[in-house]
Design a binder for this molecule. Structure first.
Ligand SMILES: C[S@@+](CC[C@H](N)C(=O)[O-])C[C@H]1O[C@@H](n2cnc3c(N)ncnc32)[C@H](O)[C@@H]1O
Length: 297
């Protein structure tokens, strides 16, 4: 493939050999977690069209598409429907990046198996740099990018999102898609602020505990234990952004939009046991699913 702009190997990017991996014992635990993660709810959904996500879905369920309880194809149809809602979520995230030129670079901090990166490249034509703590995920994402013929544009690396292997001020847009609950938010936003160019856009889609509820509910604690993460409050997001030259231009509560996904998922053989905690906490108002987009000033 002929490149119309700088390739991924130009000196804007630190060579991969210089990239630090997990920096703490906690990060090593998270790397191990994702290295061994092979839940059917992620892989069988990704198999539908080859876009592998580790995030939840948003949108209404198409009841006609999933068939009735007696439908012999019901399981396959429900999986396809759950999967349809995952890129719908990523599309909303990408909408909030604004206009990204094809010559620009995007950063996916905590990229998982790379589904959102492929979507970003397809939408903007630009290159996308992903970081994950998991070697398995990085290899998986790079293999998919090669199969799709876009390896010159989409790259996953084993790297720490608190130490992004990208030059200062070189990035047009960056995001965390359900990956900010693994790190200190001040450290995270300081790093996004460093790599983003002035006027660049940052977007996160994340679960956060709701300050209006008071403190993290038992459901939030259960989710933390399940994923070995530390969910922050909505207030912490906004404060850490403000402290790091990231000024929100959109804060969207996606909680009502993700509930149908959880309720449908809870009816399938793909349940992981954490569904009840999401459904209960989204309903009692203690845990919100939000999108926050911010301008780097
Ligand atoms: C729930 S998955 C989300 C994956 C992806 N964003 C998606 O939407 O499919 C969380 C991801 O965050 C990554 N992660 C957690 N802490 C990280 C860190 N300090 N640096 C880089 N990646 C990290 C994990 O390796 C994993 O890929």
């Amino acid at each position: 493939m002929e490149l119309t702009h700088m390739s991924l190997t130009d000196d804007l990017i630190t060579p991969s050999s210089a990239i630090p991996g997990p920096a703490t014992a906690y990060q090593s635990d998270i790397a191990r977690y994702w290295d061994h993660e092979a839940r059917p709810v992620n892989l069988r959904l990704g198999d539908v069209d080859g876009l592998y996500h580790h995030h939840y879905g948003i949108g209404e369920i198409d009841l006609a598409a999933i068939g009735g309880p007696a439908d012999s194809e019901r399981e396959r149809k429900v999986i396809a429907e759950l999967h349809r809602l995952e890129p719908a979520q990523a599309d909303v995230l990408l909408d909030h990046l604004g206009d990204i030129p094809s010559t620009g670079t995007l950063v996916d901090a905590g990229c998982g198996r790379g589904g959102s990166m492929v979507m970003a490249h397809r939408r903007f034509g630009c290159r996308v740099e992903g970081m994950t703590l998991s070697t398995q995920q990085a290899d998986f994402g790079n293999k998919r990018a090669a199969e799709l013929g876009i390896a010159d544009f989409v790259r996953s690396r084993v790297a720490n999102m608190l130490n992004v292997p990208v030059g200062t001020g070189t990035v047009a847009g960056s995001w965390n898609n359900e990956s900010s609950m693994y790190v200190d938010l001040h450290d995270l936003f300081a790093e996004h602020s460093r790599v983003l160019s002035v006027g660049g856009r940052y977007v996160t889609v994340t679960g956060c505990w709701n300050p209006r509820y008071g403190r993290p509910s038992k459901w939030v604690s259960r989710i933390n234990a399940h994923f070995e993460c530390n969910i922050h409050s909505r207030r912490e997001y906004l404060r850490a952004m403000a402290d790091n030259r990231l000024v929100p231009n959109a804060v969207i509560d996606l909680t009502p939009d993700t509930l149908p996904y959880w309720e449908l998922r809870n009816t399938t053989s793909l349940v992981t046991g954490i569904e009840e905690a999401f459904i209960k906490s989204h309903k009692d108002g203690s845990f919100q699913y939000v999108l926050i987009a911010a301008d780097r000033i």
